[in-house]
Ligand binder design. Structure first.
Ligand SMILES: [Zn+2]
Length: 296
């Protein structure tokens, strides 16, 4: 199982350092992309992944930094040559949002089908909404499960777990510490977890048009001091910090010291285009040489 960190930045405010949230899990014949912040298709290409290989797109929740390319990524896979179905799953109203996004480009789709002879991408999409925890799909090679997590004011926000013969990975999505994620993450080889550094809380509300953002972060996200304990409690092998807030300006030790105080496994700061290989109980982290050269 190979995991590619396509985007490791938290929040929709753009920076030069990190793309918004997205990760790809490649196992057997499947390429499962979990969340699709804007630029996810380009990041797949930069990671060396064939975009037409997209088999499944799983959305944790419909904040735009996780779902801006909900429509664009399947269209990119189609233009890149895909003809087979693409599963698209997420909390309600993912199906409706996908339909609206794709409908917005109807002229393009009709013209492109007419001028290129491509099949109708709308018939390739297999959307469904998930509002209950449990196994989403399972075959001989892979099992994908979802948990309900706590990300108010959303009624439904999800975390996902992918299990294969090689091992397992859990993606937290956005959440406060919660029972749903604790249970989903038990024994995972890799836990990719969102994180907010406390230094960001004051900075976030300074000079912005969002005076209540500090309280929103406290009510709906996980603070750095809690992440290590979550990983330790679940007994995960490797914890990857991602969806990082802030994107830059915090040293590696400032990120990792609070984690290592409560977590005895391997802890990693995620960067765009990093790769993790999970193989029979071992996890190898390869730092990308193609990233945007963040200084941490
Ligand atoms: Zn969110």
């Amino acid at each position: 199982m190979d995991i590619f960190l396509l985007g490791t930045g938290g929040g929709p405010r753009p920076t030069a350092a990190r793309f918004p949230t997205s990760q790809a899990v490649v196992t057997g014949e499947r390429c499962i992309v979990i969340d699709a912040g804007n630029g996810a298709a380009q990041q797949m290409a930069r990671a060396g992944l064939p975009v037409h290989g997209l088999t499944d797109l799983l959305i944790t929740h419909l904040h735009v930094d996780h779902a801006a390319d909900l429509g664009m990524l399947p269209l990119a896979a189609w233009v890149d040559g895909r003809t087979e179905p693409i599963t698209v799953a997420g909390p309600p109203p993912t199906t409706e949002s996908l339909h609206r996004l794709v409908s917005g480009y109807e002229q393009d789709l009709i013209h492109r089908m007419a001028s290129t002879g491509r099949p109708d991408v709308r018939e390739m999409l297999r959307p469904h909404d998930i509002s209950t925890p449990g196994v989403i799909f399972e075959d001989d090679d892979v099992r994908v499960s979802a948990a309900l997590v706590n990300h108010p004011p959303f009624e439904f926000a999800l975390a996902y777990r992918v299990d294969s013969a090689d091992g397992s990975v859990v993606v937290s999505g956005d959440t406060t510490p919660c029972e749903g994620l604790d249970e989903l993450a038990v024994g995972a080889d890799v836990l990719i977890h969102e994180v907010v550094h406390p230094a960001a809380l004051e900075e976030l509300s300074r000079g912005t048009n969002a005076p209540s953002i500090r309280q929103h972060m406290l009510d709906s996200h996980t603070m750095l001091e809690d992440v290590g304990g979550i990983a330790q409690h679940a007994g995960v092998h490797t914890l990857v910090l991602s969806h990082m807030i802030p994107h830059t300006g915090i040293s590696a030790d400032e990120w990792l010291d609070p984690v290592r105080a409560s977590f005895t496994g391997q802890s990693v700061i995620g960067h765009d285009l990093d790769r993790l290989r999970v193989h029979h109980g071992t996890v190898t982290h390869t730092r990308s040489s193609e990233d945007l050269h963040v200084s941490i």
